[in-house]
Design a protein around this ligand. Sequence first.
Ligand SMILES: Cc1cc2nc3c(=O)[nH]c(=O)nc-3n(C[C@H](O)[C@H](O)[C@H](O)COP(=O)(O)O)c2cc1C
Length: 341
Amino acid sequence: MFVLGLQGSPRTKGNTNMLLSTFLDEAERLGAHTHDVNVARLQISPCEECGTCEEEGFCPIDDDMQQIYSLLRQADIIVMATPVFFYGPTAQMKALIDRSQALWARKYVHKLSDPGQKWRRGFLLSLGATKGKNLFEGITLTAKYFFDAVGASFDGSLTYRQIEGPGEIAKHPTAFTDAKEKARTLVTPFLKRKKVLFVCTENACRSQMASAFARYHAGNRIEAESGGSAPAQEINPLMEEVMEEKGIDMAFRKPKSIEEATRFLIPELIISMGCREACPFFPDVQNEEWNLADPAGKPIDFMREIREQVEERVRRLTAREDGLTRLTGKAYQVGTSRAGS
Ligand SMILES: Cc1cc2nc3c(=O)[nH]c(=O)nc-3n(C[C@H](O)[C@H](O)[C@H](O)COP(=O)(O)O)c2cc1C
């Protein structure tokens, strides 16, 4: 599972950084894969309100935000961490938030569902120098709408007043223990999911669709990854198109090799799409063969037919009892803030 931390303070050794690092270190210790983005060190231009994202679904500004879109899409948990600057997030963090308008447009204008959006959680860490009652109101509202745009349900916040000089957060009596406890509460249910790897040759069509459907229908019970023995450069545009017909958004996905796909996921079940020889060998791991025809280079109707077959197989996989039973005891439900813990 993947936890993405967005660190918005320009002070690299400041309070926000210390608080976020404590959260991420605990998540990593529990078994999550984490990635800490130092937002102030990136080149992220402010939104120019050009309207391209509403028309075409992507942002034309070619800067570091392009890599953030894909990280946001991969994340199971997003932690937005920022100090209070004039009752809002820092300008660097705000630029990132405004540029997430491209994801807002894909969701609300283009009516596409990111496969992870039902299960992804968003959490806010913030602090400021003063003790005003309303200190975190602006940031909390901004965080809620940011998380909604990027397909994450808001899971609350930890906020600290009267923290000013660099490192002062370390003197707070509970801040670090709070952050560790919250990391445990959020991460643990995700770690209990069954780890499934979908494999084909190019990781451009079938295994991409299978992992997206698995995440979409059962991302609370399955941690899905996909990879190919000879990955293509890009995912197949016809595959993207037929998934969009179903309302599922495949944007920001890239084919991966099997090595990349298993860097942070040790599979418990490997499902081959129809090219068993491409399958990696993992000792003691359940293997399955779905025997689906390769739609690459075939007409769009054939791609649609394979999409239907893949979804049906994924539905059967998620409905059946065997390989997934150990996860069904306490399903992780969206909408309950401490579900599954
Ligand atoms: C430009 C700027 C604006 C700030 N605005 C506020 C504010 O509105 N309210 C507040 O309580 N603290 C404000 N602060 C103080 C910071 O929130 C505080 O020093 C915080 O601990 C900095 O966190 P960091 O070490 O992670 O950067 C401001 C600081 C700066 C530099």
